[in-house]
Each structure stands twice: as C-alpha cells, then as structure tokens.
Design a protein. Structure first.
Length: 318
C-alpha cells in the first residue's frame, strides 16, 4: 500500500513504445507529403507550415506554463504534429495572422481546454481548420495553383479545386487526369496534393505498427463503393480533396478514434458515407473534416457498445 498506482490519460499503448515515439513516427510518415507541398507551392507552403507549427508550440507552452502550472509537453511532438496537420489543411497563400488564429484555436480549444493530450474529444487540427473555414470562408477557399509562381506568397495564381470545379459544373469528372492528381498537379490545400506521397506515409505507419489498416481501408473502400453506387467516379473522389489525408492521418488519431477493431471499422464506414453525402448533396464540395469531427463525437458510444471480448471470457452457445 506504500506504492500508489498511477494511471495516465489515454492513449495507452501496451508496448515499450512511448507516445512521443508514435508522434515522431507520424511526422516521419508525413515527410513525403511535406516535400510535395514545398515543391508545388514553394515559399507559401513554408510560411504556412512554419507559422502553424510555431503557433501550436507557443500556445501549448503558454497554457501549460501560465494557466495549468504544468511542465512543458512540447517534447512529445504532439503540438508539432497538430501544427503540421493544420497547415496541411490550409491553402498556401493564407495570411499569417489567420494561420496563427487557427493554431491558437486548435491547441487552446481543441486540445488544452479538455485537459491536454489524451483528453480531447475532437481532432485538434480539424477543430482549427473548421473554425477558419467558417470564420474566413473566402480566404480558406482561395487555392493557389501548383507550380504557378511558387516563390510568390501573396500574389500566386489561384483556381478552384477539382471537387469545387466539379460541384460548379465547370468540368466533368471523366475529364480529370487521375495520374496528375495522384502526383499532386492540382490546386488545393497543402496536404491534398501528392496522393502517392500520402499513401506511402500510410504504408510506412502500418508497417511500423503505428496505426492499423482498419480505419483508412474502411473509409476508402466505403467512399469508393458508395461513390460507384450513386453513379459518380470513385477514383476522383478518393484522390481529390482531403480524402487520403483524412483517412490516413486524421481519422486514425489515437485519442479520438475507437479502441476496438470492429469499432474502427464502423467508425471508418460512417466517415466514408458522410464524406460522400456532403460532397454530393451538401453545400461544400469537401466533407472529410466535418465527417471526422462528427464521428469523433460518436466515439464514446462506439467504445461503449462495441467492445473486444474480455480476456478469458467463454462464449456460451444458446
């Protein structure tokens, strides 16, 4: 009785791996996508990424230091990862002050207001992204075109995303060059370009057992099959917008996703369905962020009703 058992907040990983190791593995997996963003959008991408990461780091440090009276948690890499993922959901010409606003909202409201890492209900980066989308719709939907004056931050040439152009009837889905889209030759947020780079990052995380296949595969398969069933091009849907970024790197967040494999599949199927429903019949051409945040809210119910079998439990046949 002299020694007290200390139970920390989730995520709980029953291996020798630490939370910081997992965070840095995700950051490593994002390197190919980061290289694509810098190549296609140049100085604008660098400014947005650096601003977002620094904003998240400083906000988390100040809240820990002066509001919660706790030691800094910057070393675990979660603030850096949140900043990078937030930047990947932003256009490369977004003003610095708007990026900083998103970073403060992501950390202060999306993460620290719930108690910090392991306690947040919603994905912090997506909280910041959706807040900016609702607050600054014009700036958040002005998309620089890749490789068109990538070294000019504010005066880059802009255009609609593939999904936006399809939504407005400007192009046909059959006219989309899927190879160019997979390589990143299309306008959009920093993390929307380079589908192949995102897939490589996902394969790396699965091989390193940072994530399992259940969430990304269930999202992508559901979105593809549902798109095909309602008569829209599934490959365009899978390669466009934030589908790959969300399925591989956002929906798989340890804290805000279900604990059981069956629960992960249910969670992924619903995200895939909701995303296509919003894209096809909603006001926005993109729906991944809203779908993930909506299902984040259902995760406690999923964990409650879809549980793994207890160790040693014997099923009785009726």
């Amino acid at each position: 009785m002299n020694q007290l058992l200390t139970i920390s907040a989730s995520p709980h990983i029953h291996t020798r791996r630490t939370v910081s190791w997992c965070m840095w593995q995700v950051l490593i997996a994002l390197v190919p996508a980061l290289a694509c963003a810098l190549y296609y959008f140049g100085i604008g991408a660098a400014i947005v990424i650096i601003t977002s990461i620094l904003g998240c780091i400083i906000t988390e440090y100040l809240i820990n230091r002066y509001m919660l009276g706790r030691q800094s948690t910057i070393a675990n890499g979660s603030a850096i990862l949140t900043g990078l993922l937030l930047a990947f959901n932003l256009p490369s010409n977004l003003p610095v002050w708007i990026v900083l606003t998103g970073a403060v909202v992501a950390i202060a409201i999306g993460k620290m207001s719930f108690g910090g890492l392991g306690c947040n209900i919603f994905n912090p980066a997506l909280v910041g992204r959706v807040f900016l989308l609702i607050s600054f719709p014009a700036q958040m939907t002005t998309w620089p075109e890749p490789l068109v004056n990538p070294w000019n931050y504010t005066d880059a040439s802009t255009g609609a995303t593939i999904l936006g152009a399809i939504k407005m009837g400007e192009i046909s889905p059959d006219a989309v060059d899927l190879l160019q889209k997979a390589l990143g030759m299309a306008g959009g947020s920093l993390g929307e370009v380079g589908g192949i780079a995102l897939i490589l990052g996902g394969i790396y995380m699965i091989c390193r057992k940072v994530i399992t296949w259940h969430i990304p595969v269930s999202i992508l398969v559901t979105a593809g099959l549902f798109s095909w069933a309602i008569g829209i091009n599934p490959w365009v849907q899978l390669l466009s917008g934030g589908m790959l970024l969300g399925a591989i790197f956002m929906a798989t967040d340890y804290v805000t996703s279900p604990m059981s494999h069956r629960g992960m599949v249910v969670y992924g199927v619903m995200i895939g369905l909701i995303t296509i429903i919003i894209r096809q019949w909603g006001a926005y051409p993109e729906g991944m962020s809203f779908a993930i945040l909506l299902m984040n809210g259902f995760v406690p119910l999923i964990n409650r009703y879809i549980k793994p079998r207890k160790f040693g439990e014997r099923r009785v046949k009726k």
